[in-house]
Design a binder for this molecule. Sequence first.
Ligand SMILES: *Cc1c(COP(=O)(O)O)cnc(C)c1O
Length: 431
Amino acid sequence: MKSRSEELYQRAVTCMPGGVNSPVRAYQSVGSYPRFMKQASGSRITDVDGKTYIDYVNSWGPMILGHNDPRIREAVIKAAEKGLSFGAATEKEVEMAELIAKLVPSIEMIRMVNSGTEAVMSAIRLARGYTERDKIIKFAGCYHGHSDSLLVKAGSGVMTSGVPDSAGVPEGCARDTLTAVYNDLSSVESLLEENPEQVAAVIVEPVAANMGVVEPNERFLEGLRQLCTKHGALLIFDEVITGFRLGISGAQGYYGVKPDLTTFGKIIGGGMPVGAYGGSREIMNHVAPVGTVYQAGTLSGNPIAMAAGYEELCILKKHPEIYHHINKMGEKYRDGMKKILNKYELPYAVTGVGSLACLFFTETPVHNYEDAKKSDTKAFAEYFLYMLNHGIHFAPSQFEAIFFSYAHTDVDLEETLHLADRYWNGKRQER
Ligand SMILES: *Cc1c(COP(=O)(O)O)cnc(C)c1O
């Protein structure tokens, strides 16, 4: 008999591309069909067949307090009672901007938008308008949303002219995107030198969390800061994942490196669709209506989204023990997983920082996209399906992060590690 998820999937594929509204939700790469979810609470998520999983996707990051936190829910309900959207300025937007500026030292001014994609797209336009330069440098394997100029493929080594990663991206858009190698400062330096006074910005995920999780090497971010300053390019930290996750002031606080512009998403919406970009007053004053860089949004700063995000940030600010807990969970997971890998003599790499973690099915350590691509994605898929069938919901791809939330408990973690151990024990018996 077919499950409800299978039934829904069959209907969905006839009316939605791939049956999903975002490709990352498809189970194509793991050879299955998506589990359709109906509700979630704390560390658990439940599918339409009534099966409950320990959830490590956490809506890809926003649910840092755990699913359906009553305080966020209340804030949303209270806001909704007053109206869903005004298309006009509200008090909450001011409170939100003041709060973010207070928590993140590099930010004096911020503009709210509706997604991470929009935040990055706008920050890039601002960097280009501000510097009056066209080119940007990104890193192979870093994801910055799906706007044209950022969907540029990672080739082997440094590429001087971009090749579009997606059909429908004009060559002209991709040409101004230069691709460097993550954790390799010399690749950035070469591009900056080969394109003198042409690079508007270097954009980076301060912890790369969209090719699995790849940590920055010790001097990488600081080195980028110096290179950008030297060459007059802006440094953009895409903190859509790391913002308010690595700590209350994000990766820039964690690593002590100050970018010129920062983009946010995910956590700052508390589960609602939100993005934001911000920086110094000097740069941000180039944005319309005061400046010449145009950017607008009918639903930007939406009262419901602001209520959810503001409440979430206030809770994070008031309760530093949240970071202590989620970081500890990440650490325990990494330690526990390494022990299991040792026990079964598996060469795989366990990576991560704080509450972000990843298990790479590789034979070698992972420092960049080329390393990450060596993963045995078939082995991942088999492991993934075993874990899913036993009640663990990971992202259905090798190249995504595991997200810990404040709702994850030691019991959740032990169960997860216990299942992983059982999986490899079973594999050993097979051999
Ligand atoms: C998720 C993500 C984005 C895109 O955000 P959306 O809200 O999905 O548009 C951009 N940058 C990074 C680092 C992300 O993880």
